[in-house]
Design a protein around this ligand. Sequence first.
Ligand code: BT5
Length: 265
Amino acid sequence: MEQSHTDDPIDPSSLGRGPLRRAVYFFAECESTNKEARRLADRGEAVGALVLADFQTAGRGRLDRAWQAPRGSSLLFSMLLRPALSPERALLPVMAASLGVMEGIRRVCNLNARLKWPNDILIGGRKAGGILCEGGFEGSAVKYVIIGIGLNVNFDPRAVAGIPPDAASIQSALGRPQPRAALLRAILEEIECRYALLLRGGSLRGEWARALDTLGRRTRITLPDGELAGTAESVDESGALVLRLDNGSRRIVPAGDAIHLKSGE
Ligand code: BT5
């Protein structure tokens, strides 16, 4: 799986300044940037720490799935947030992050990425990135939120064992590599302005709805206690999916694993 892409280093000092890059922790290699960010958070690190890695030895997706990326090829980073949010509103930072990734890709690469509810970045309808959001709690209060983002940039997913062959990357979509630092900087700027909007009490619902490829599609959602299938109708203010079930009733789904179905499925 190891393949080297060392000609495009990310210089942390080139990332500019902003509230979610107050302190940048760069690792040539670590197990998982989410794990490092959690370690910092548990030690009392303030909001705005950004953990960035060139390679993860144990990158994680949701539900303990693996996230793989060849060394130096991708964007792998985690942001430490300390929002005053109830657990029901924990998807709001994911909305800010995924919309920021999408807009950063558009600005720097001129590519129209889309989103799959709740945490995937799609290019050409295929998964090019994902978000892993983890919370630290004190009782029922959210003490911190870690938003981990993996985005496939400069490699061909078909050529890397361990990555689903139908995955996408920016290089595969454009036919040429892109400078990772410039892309990361734009993504951080776009996330920061959306996160600031949320902190001011603003809404990302409209932008989230327009960005989601999921809306209007037949979708199957896997939940811890079973499965639901129906048509994804809309999203509510907290980012939850409004699903019209096959029996006609509506169900609000705060989180889950979604699959877009083909018609007739
Ligand atoms: C995700 O999980 O999509 C969230 C991925 C988050 C990764 C970042 S990297 C920085 C930070 N540190 C971490 O340790 N994690 C975060 P999920 O929806 O569960 O998708 C995981 C599934 O995506 C796997 O089971 C594979 O099938 C697939 N996968 C693995 N690597 C991939 C890649 N590079 N591109 C596309 N799909 C991939």
